[in-house]
Design a protein around this ligand. Structure first.
Ligand SMILES: C[S@@+](CC[C@H](N)C(=O)[O-])C[C@H]1O[C@@H](n2cnc3c(N)ncnc32)[C@H](O)[C@@H]1O
Length: 263
């Protein structure tokens, strides 16, 4: 392809990536936030966060504490324990759910690759400087602990095996995390969640339904059968919650689901 035309095509692809609600697909590069030879993933997760924080499109972000509170209500209703839950937030971004859960007396362990996203979570708390920063014992990331000890933010890869997290959590809160994974990473992701959840733990999932482009993602169009073909090895379907709140993206609906850990 002539050089000029190739440059134009690459610019077009980059523009598409910038306007896509999620970019890039998780697991699409060697390390998902590093540039790769594919123009579609040139805009890496770190770059995506830089763009969001510089005032670019908010993509998947939903900043509304009322919605976070509603998610917590569904969780508490279906969880065996009702108080002092230990909640895991995989691929958390800067989700206000962490702060809201802390306010309700729960403990939260949140994981994301991008330090800037987790820094945004710390800003939502008073006394930003009180957080303790340390390298994990296994060298698999940086861990930030809130002075209360109730909230831990881990800068690291969700797919990494972590012995110290096995059977630690009552709940997995997954908003747009499963739905952003490249399809071949769904099973390894669900395996980690199964390892880290307690036996009777539950999963609260929020995924997208789309009017068009259902085969493509992220975000992927996800229904009960898509969920169960990945989670089904270790989880039972409790129920579909239906549309959990309206989105500003036309043609997209935010759907809630609840699962129970069975082995
Ligand atoms: C689609 S966003 C969803 C963020 C959040 N769950 C929300 O809905 O607000 C996906 C997030 O996953 C993070 N991420 C991507 N790959 C990851 C990985 N391998 N391990 C941990 N986090 C990752 C990105 O930095 C990004 O914040």
């Amino acid at each position: 392809m002539p050089l000029l035309r190739r440059g134009f095509v690459i610019r077009l692809l980059l523009l598409a990536a910038q306007t896509s609600p999620f970019t890039p697909p998780i697991g699409s590069g060697k390390t998902p936030w590093e540039p790769t030879s594919s123009p579609l993933v040139l805009m890496t997760w770190r770059d995506t966060w830089r763009d969001i924080l510089a005032g670019g499109s908010p993509r998947w972000k939903v900043d509304n504490l009322e919605y976070k509170e509603r998610a917590l209500q569904h969780i508490v209703e279906h969880s065996k324990r009702k108080e002092n839950l230990n909640i895991l937030c995989p691929l958390v971004g800067d989700d206000q759910f962490v702060f809201q859960s802390f306010m309700r007396g729960h403990s939260v362990y949140a994981i994301d690759l991008v330090p800037e996203a987790l820094a945004e979570i710390r800003k939502q708390f008073d006394n930003q400087d009180g957080w303790r920063r340390e390298e994990t014992e296994t060298g698999s990331g940086v861990r930030w602990t809130h002075p209360s000890g109730q909230v831990v933010l881990l800068e690291g890869d969700i797919l990494q095996r972590r012995k110290e997290l096995e059977r630690q959590f009552d709940v997995v809160y997954d908003k747009d995390s499963f739905g952003a994974l490249q399809k071949d990473l769904r099973s390894p992701y669900c395996e980690r969640m199964s390892e880290w959840l307690k036996e009777d733990g539950i999963v609260y999932l929020e995924v997208k339904n789309k009017d068009t482009g259902r085969e493509n993602g992220p975000p992927f169009h996800i229904e009960e059968q898509d969920i169960m073909s990945s989670w089904g090895a270790s989880f039972e379907y409790i129920k579909g919650i239906g549309e959990v709140y309206p989105l500003r993206m036309a043609g997209f609906a935010q759907m809630g689901h609840l699962l129970k850990h069975v082995k």
